[in-house]
Write a protein that binds this ligand. Structure first.
Ligand code: SF4
Length: 184
């Protein structure tokens, strides 16, 4: 699923100086009812006007595909308050929990908003399946929590990073996985 913006005449793809891709709703410039940067995927919108999708590329792939959430995957969501995303996740898998300490997870989404929150990465490692992925979702372009700090905290657990996504106009995700040599 790609969401409505993918094929909407009002959608404009933007890139910032860090090469993150996000979507601008041009309709927002003339109508305040529409958000400048819609949270994707948009599933219902009165302003939607269809046009042939200009690019069915990775930029507009559904977020849960970018996060590599497979059908039936065991998913744990911690500190990510996004109702639309949760609905998408639960449409893909029956095994999606918000909060708690479910073990053997294929995918964990961990939201962090401050440097202190980075302490939550280490406990998540024990909840991952051997080949699972821990996404650390953090604010973009902030001084109180930086990419370097997120990377450092993740690597300190013995995991390695292997993917980055633009999670939303305001947040980035870095995926950490257990090294193959450490998987049991
Ligand atoms: S009008 Fe709605 S569907 Fe179209 S780009 Fe804006 S938010 Fe997306």
């Amino acid at each position: 699923m790609t969401g409505l913006c993918c094929s909407c005449i009002h959608a404009k793809e933007m890139r910032n100086d860090r090469a993150s891709v996000f979507l601008l709703c041009v309709l927002s410039q003339s109508d305040p009812r529409y958000p400048k940067y819609p949270r994707l995927p948009v599933l219902r919108c009165r302003g939607y006007q269809e046009q042939p999708c200009p690019k069915k590329d990775n930029s507009f792939r559904a977020l849960i595909d970018k996060l590599n959430v497979k059908p039936g995957a065991r998913v744990l969501v911690l500190g990510v308050n996004d109702g639309a995303l949760l609905a998408e996740l639960r449409g893909r898998t029956d095994d999606c929990s918000e909060g708690g300490r479910k073990k053997n997870c294929d995918v964990i989404l961990l939201g962090v908003e401050s440097f202190v929150d980075l302490r939550k990465i280490e406990p998540c490692r024990a909840l991952l399946a051997p080949a699972g992925g821990l996404w650390v979702i953090y604010p973009k372009g902030q001084k109180h929590i930086t990419e370097a700090q997120v990377m450092s905290a993740g690597l300190a657990t013995g995991m390695v990073d292997n993917k980055v996504v633009s999670f939303s106009p305001t947040h980035t995700g870095i995926r950490f996985v257990i090294r193959k040599a450490d998987r049991v």
